[in-house]
Design a protein around this ligand. Structure first.
Ligand code: PTJ
Length: 269
């Protein structure tokens, strides 16, 4: 059932995002497990106050610098990411000259094709990882995520993996690749194992990265390398966890944070 969400609803943005995921599920692009993943993300985002914090911006800058410096940057796309931010995947790939590759944990030919077609509708000229193109394998990885394109993730030096599920990040790192994760949960295995972790909602992070990519594209290699040299992912993760801690502490002290008076209801009781 499709729901029309009024623009005046205080949680409009979050509900629209949720509807995109549900529609993606009904169109067999998102898997049922993707709904669970989204709910987990929503929970962290609620705690983060549904806003992009400075450590995430620092991580985005490092991520874009790494992609601009890379020889073979690749943006890996799964079901959730495809339905949430298709236009920004295409825009970012275009600016940093990255390949786009479908890579699914719950891989089926039907989903691969649907995701590739969706991205092409948003302007992607080429989408790797569909059908026979996913003919190479990532060593030591046993899930369907091991299947990759020999022109994409296999030879990539930098891979952006939004909403990932742990194992692959470690496997990609063992292959010597720089892994960039976007994950609202700073404690997830992916967040912890990536070289650069953007603790933010993909729906805010991707448009922001496009903006940053436009700015950084005119920088010299030296300037981009400088951004990476001063970047410390462990520190960024600590800062993200500290933000969660501070937010919870502040909210616990206030007790109530919504400014809703119950008086009118009591008057009418
Ligand atoms: O499309 P497939 O077959 O590749 O499957 C995709 C899912 C997402 C189902 C698969 O990768 C999976 O099971 O992922 P996990 O292990 O549930 O991890 C997803 C992570 O993404 C969790 O840490 C969530 O907190 C986080 N997350 C969920 N929604 C968002 C998010 N992070 C950023 N932005 C979001 N919108």
């Amino acid at each position: 059932m499709e729901v029309k969400i009024p623009k005046s609803h205080p949680r409009y943005k979050s509900l629209v995002t949720r509807e995109k995921i549900v529609r993606g599920f009904m169109e067999s692009i998102v898997v049922p497990q993707g709904l669970i993943a989204h709910g987990r993300g929503e929970c962290f985002d609620y705690i983060l106050g549904e806003r992009t914090w400075p450590p995430a911006i620092k991580a985005m800058k490092a991520a874009v610098a790494a992609m601009l410096l890379a020889k073979h940057p690749v943006i890996s796309v799964n079901g959730n990411t495809a339905v949430l931010v298709p236009e920004y995947i295409v825009k970012l790939a275009d600016i940093v000259n990255a390949k786009i590759e479908v890579n699914l944990f719950y891989r089926t030919r039907e989903r691969e094709e649907k995701i590739a077609n969706l991205l092409k509708r948003y302007g992607a000229k080429e989408v790797l990882g569909v059908g026979e193109d996913a003919s190479a394998t990532i060593p030591e990885l046993h899930s369907e995520r091991r299947r990759v394109s020999p022109r994409g993730i296999l030879i990539a030096d930098v891979v952006l993996v939004p909403l990932e599920d742990g194992d692959r990040t470690e496997a990609l790192r063992k292959m010597g690749k720089t892994v960039i994760a976007v994950d609202l949960n700073p404690l997830s295995r992916t967040a912890q194992a990536a070289n650069i972790t953007i603790v933010d909602n993909i729906v805010r992070a991707m448009p922001k990265m496009v903006e940053i990519a436009k700015e950084l594209k005119s920088k010299t290699r030296d300037e981009l390398e400088q951004i990476l040299k001063t970047y410390d992912n462990r520190k960024i993760l600590s800062e993200a966890i500290q933000i969660i801690l501070n937010r919870l502490k502040e909210l616990a002290q206030k007790g109530v944070y919504l400014d809703i008076s119950l008086t009118p209801y009591l008057d009418n009781a």
